[in-house]
Write a protein of this length. Structure first.
Length: 79
């Protein structure tokens, strides 16, 4: 799911993988691996990608029995 969100944010800004990777100082193949979910992404890198694409990461507390943070209870908000 995160990989699809990264790809969508990148496409909305019309960035190629190479352009976005250079903006946040990572390799293009690393970005590609994030998008295809072949490599885990840390929060700091995800935040850099979101910022470069004009997004802010917003965590929404959702009351449920599991209290686990999943992609189902994370929303993204355009800034």
């Amino acid at each position: 799911m995160i990989g699809k969100i990264i790809k969508t944010m990148r496409h909305e800004k019309s960035y190629t993988q190479d352009q976005l990777a250079k903006l946040i100082y990572i390799g293009r193949t690393t970005l590609s691996d994030y998008e295809r979910m072949k490599t885990d992404i840390n929060f700091e890198t995800l935040e850099k990608i979101a910022t470069a694409c004009g997004y802010d990461i917003v965590f929404v507390h959702k009351k449920d029995k599991s209290k686990n943070l999943t992609t189902k209870n994370i929303e993204r908000k355009e800034i």
